[in-house]
Write a protein that binds this ligand. Structure first.
Ligand SMILES: N[C@@H](CCC(=O)N[C@@H](CS)C(=O)NCC(=O)O)C(=O)O
Length: 198
């Protein structure tokens, strides 16, 4: 199995963390830069985005949630707890963190758009959504020990992306429990090794 990534992609980081936590043998293939005529992912599917995953039988998968779900299934459930209630909590965490990352990613691109002025209404709406997500993550993760599952992988990645692209959100402000959890997660080698460089 192969996971295709580029260095600072928060979506690809989720797939890489899932790969490392799964216990499976998964090769990580750096396909940067994505913008070039011979971009290799376009040979595999129409999207050309990271992450991508090639299965052992040569099928190509895209979209982070599909990929992490596939890795979890192939690993026999290494990325989700077995207990039904604990599993639902992890999925609830993954869903909030996923929508936070989508919101941050969209706002970051709106701020950096190359043509025309950024939309203040769009930026304000997404900033409000991100604030609610930070609060929800604080409630879910304060006091939790570091561990890798689909929920914590999505959360640490979204917050790492916020540090890089949305420092003005100051997500740590008034959320000491979430900040302590985030720091503790970086004692895990996989998390420290995949941290975005900025
Ligand atoms: N919905 C996709 C988003 C992935 C995504 O947007 N990846 C970015 C890098 S962070 C990308 O590949 N961008 C290249 C492009 O837009 O062509 C997912 O969940 O995997």
């Amino acid at each position: 199995m192969k996971v295709f990534f580029t260095g600072n992609s928060p979506y690809a980081r989720r797939a890489r963390l899932a790969a490392r936590a799964s216990g499976l043998k998964i090769e990580e293939v750096d396909v940067a830069p994505l913008v070039r005529p011979d971009q290799p992912l376009l040979q595999k599917g129409p999207g050309g985005k990271v992450p991508g995953l090639e299965t052992d039988s040569g099928v190509y998968l895209c979209e982070t949630l599909v990929i992490t779900n596939y890795i979890n299934q192939k690993s026999g459930g290494a990325l989700l707890p077995g207990d039904a209630a604990a599993q639902e909590s992890v999925l609830a965490l993954e869903s909030v963190a996923s929508l936070l990352l989508d919101s941050l990613f969209g706002r970051s691109h709106e701020k950096r758009r190359e043509e025309g002025d950024p939309s203040p209404a769009f930026i304000a709406k997404e900033a409000g959504r991100a604030g609610r997500c930070y609060d929800a993550l604080n409630g879910m993760l304060a006091g939790q020990k570091p561990a890798l599952n689909v929920g914590t992988i999505a959360a640490v990645t979204a917050l790492g992306y916020a540090d890089w692209r949305m420092a003005e959100d100051n997500w740590r402000g008034g959320r000491d429990g979430l900040a302590a959890w985030f720091d503790a997660m970086h004692t895990l080698p996989a998390v420290a090794e995949t941290k975005p460089v900025f």
